[in-house]
Design a binder for this molecule. Structure first.
Ligand SMILES: [Fe+2]
Length: 233
């Protein structure tokens, strides 16, 4: 029997319904495809970073570009009593000025900004890491719901982020599965506290992507509209 999360999974305890400000664009699916990355990112900006050994969602390493206190630290902001926003740039940001200015250019309050390096994993292996994120711990109700955005740095068109919404018991509902293809430059925004997620990564080289936590706000909602992928209809 393959692994499948049950009611004991830690993700089930993470709140789904709160009084935070949310963006209507994410109401229906919890994910919005954005247009391809408009900026060319030099390879050195992800290959020369300082990566930490930090396992999340598979065999991963993470390079923090912005963290709770500006240190090269992958731990949750809550370990420092902080919500995942109001982050400070780390020494890695000096190595990745294009990525830094891209995030700054969004003009929204950001939390952790990291480049993920993910080793290949097949679907069965990936499912073991299917989870929801605890993005809003310590986030006062009434403030903006923290969501995450991705920019794919490497070209992995046969790999995908697997997303599933919740069933009535708060477990992943296979009938809601969506797959976001991870070709170079792919961008998307996901309510990762709501959707179960993990990446299925085929091939034999690592996949790299920029992941940024943003606080939902009317401004970020405008940004999402302006960057939204043109629907093929
Ligand atoms: Fe996650």
């Amino acid at each position: 029997m393959s692994f499948w999360p049950n009611s004991e999974h830690w993700s089930v305890k993470i709140p789904l319904h709160t009084d935070h400000y949310r963006m209507s664009a994410l109401d229906r699916d919890g994910v919005v495809d954005l247009s391809p990355m408009p900026i060319d990112v030099p390879v050195e900006e992800w290959e020369r970073l300082d990566y930490m050994d930090w396992k999340s969602g598979g065999d991963t390493n993470f390079a923090p570009l912005a963290s709770a206190d500006g240190e090269l630290d992958c731990r949750g902001f809550w370990d420092k009593g902080k919500t995942d926003k109001d982050a400070l740039w780390t020494s890695n940001a000096e190595i990745a000025p294009t990525l830094r200015s891209y995030v700054d250019g969004v003009g929204a309050n950001f939390g952790r900004v990291r480049v993920i390096k993910l080793e290949p994993q097949d679907r069965e292996t990936a499912i073991r890491s299917l989870h929801r994120d605890d993005n809003n711990r310590f986030n006062p109700e009434g403030e903006g719901w923290v969501v995450r955005t991705w920019v794919e740095l490497t070209d992995c068109p046969d790999s995908y982020m697997l997303l599933m919404d919740n069933d009535a018991d708060g477990l992943p509902d296979p009938s809601t599965e969506r797959r976001v293809s991870l070709q170079k430059g792919a961008r998307f925004i996901v309510d990762t506290q709501r959707l179960w997620h993990v990446v299925v990564h085929s091939g034999d080289v690592p996949r790299y992507a920029l992941i940024t936590s943003f606080e939902s706000s009317p401004h970020l909602a405008e940004w999402v509209e302006s960057e939204r992928a043109v629907s093929s209809g």
